[in-house]
Design a protein around this ligand. Sequence first.
Ligand code: SF4
Ligand code: SF4
Length: 70
Amino acid sequence: MVNVKRKQRKAFVSTEQCVACGCCVKVCPLHAISVPKGITAVVDITKCVGCGKCAKECPASVIEIQEVQP
Ligand code: SF4
Ligand code: SF4
């Protein structure tokens, strides 16, 4: 049997380790990640498509792309 439901991928930030540099914000093609009040990066998972650009760009390597159930 083929599983017709495709798993979705989303970005997750380890907020304790985020240095709020904003690099991820600049590269996200969907504007799904922001750093509200300059505190820590926050992902809008309704917009995120899990492309991984932010994770690649993060100098602190605190963004992980994880599979989630749709
Ligand atoms: S994984 Fe892609 S879409 Fe999601 S927040 Fe990162 S750059 Fe944006
Ligand atoms: S690039 Fe990494 S360290 Fe910088 S704001 Fe984004 S998640 Fe935080």
